[in-house]
Ligand binder design. Structure first.
Ligand code: PMP
Ligand code: GLN
Length: 386
């Protein structure tokens, strides 16, 4: 007997397709290509960290953690804010451990966005912001930044802020462009939101991957921003453990109180043994202070190898992504060229148009350089051959 479905289904996300990371990753596997598409390291995390997780599991930390996260880890994070930025967050009321930055972002948006609230987003933007806004019936207000520098026109931002602007999402160092906001950018933002009701969601997952001696401009450094902001961070990005999906967010207690109301029904709590391990691992600041130099060396290694190729670039200023412009090679769309590169050359990257407003195509591909030297060498050989 054949059963017919009796329900009609109206998608809550009618325009959302499978993400580009899944699409390119699958294609890379199919063609056995070098995969510089999705952002993850191909080298191991620190064995000390793995040992700490193993020890925590053996010591019986295998049941639920407290909803907010274990206190030792929240204290270690509060201490990190103090060491790095000389700012205070109360670990009791202002820091929550999350299942990666993605869950923090989704929960922040779900907590604060009501129907028709406006959320300003700078494009190209990481892909998880807009679907979360749409699910909560908010309205994404997109500001397209211009290639190749992706700097912000603050006059345009000023024109778009109004009484419906509930949230502004910022991301520095920036995925996918590798651009970095200056102190001046943050001062401009601060001046614009000072007398408004807007909350800032500051995606700082690449805070420890910033080059050329530029200081990271965290929102927490600017008092009028700090009082209305969530700082979002990812242990996956910082400690080469993207598969563990661990992160956290920090915000003033009034905002965090509301966040936790949703968080407790979203995941309730994050992975317990990994929290025990990170609490211990964060005690040594060298474990996060040396990450910049690791990635700076990788960026320079790759760029030096491809300096005579037909790809044009401005060196990435932060994140572990490098944009390459291929307009001297072909006038194919970035999606077509990215697909052909996998099939014909066995090298996978991410086309940038998918992150832009109206899929603007500037002939740019994003390459992840969080890879071993051998992988970067093999990729560079191909890039020089194309
Ligand atoms: N924001 C940005 C800008 C990212 O690149 C990523 C990918 N790591 C995330 C958020 C999500 O981080 P997580 O893997 O910790 O969920
Ligand atoms: N953050 C990763 C990137 O930008 C992707 C993570 C994912 O696949 N959602 O490549």
């Amino acid at each position: 007997m054949i059963y017919k479905t009796r329900y009609s289904m109206i998608s809550k996300l009618p325009d959302v397709k499978t993400t580009i990371f899944t699409v390119m990753g699958k294609l890379a596997k199919e063609y056995d290509a070098i995969n510089l598409s999705q952002g993850f390291p191909d080298f191991d995390s620190d064995p000390k960290l793995i040992d700490l997780v193993t020890k925590a599991m053996k010591n019986g930390y295998n049941q639920y953690a407290p909803m907010q996260g274990i206190m030792e880890l929240r204290e270690a994070i509060a201490n990190k804010f103090d060491v790095l930025y000389n700012v205070k967050y109360n670990p009791e009321t202002e820091i929550t451990i999350t299942a990666g930055a993605t869950q923090a972002i989704f929960t922040i948006i779900s907590t604060f966005i009501h129907q028709d609230d406006e959320v300003i987003i700078f494009k190209p933007a990481y892909d998880c912001y807009e679907p979360a806004i749409e699910l909560n019936k908010g309205k994404s207000i997109l500001i397209q930044l211009e290639a190749p520098n992706y700097s912000v026109d603050w006059n345009m931002v000023k024109q778009l802020i109004n009484s419906k602007t509930k949230m502004i999402i910022i991301n520095t160092p920036h995925n996918p462009s590798g651009s970095v906001w200056s102190q001046q950018d943050m001062i401009q933002l601060e001046a614009l939101v000072k007398d408004t009701n807007s909350i800032i969601l500051s995606d700082e997952v690449y805070e420890h991957i910033i080059f050329d001696k530029e200081p990271h401009q965290s929102v927490c450094l600017f008092p009028y921003l700090k009082e209305r902001s969530f700082v979002v961070a990812s242990f996956g990005k910082t400690f080469h453990t993207t598969g563990w999906k661990m992160g956290y967010c920090a915000a003033p207690s009034k905002l965090m109180h509301e966040f936790r109301k949703v968080h407790q029904f979203n995941v309730f709590c994050a992975n317990h043994p990994m929290q025990i391990a990170f609490a211990e691992y964060l005690k040594n600041p060298n474990n996060y202070l040396n990450i910049n130099s690791l990635y700076l060396e990788k960026r320079n290694f790759l760029l030096n190898l491809i300096k005579d190729s037909r790809f044009k670039f401005i060196p990435s200023r932060g994140t572990y992504f490098q944009l390459l412009n291929y307009s001297a090679i072909t006038n194919e769309s970035d999606i077509k060229f990215a697909q052909r590169m996998v099939k014909d050359y066995r090298l996978a990257a991410i086309p940038i148009s998918v992150f832009n407003s109206n899929q603007i195509d500037n002939n740019m591909l994003r390459f992840c350089f969080a890879k071993k030297k051998e992988t970067l060498e093999r990729a560079a050989e191909i890039l020089c051959e194309i």
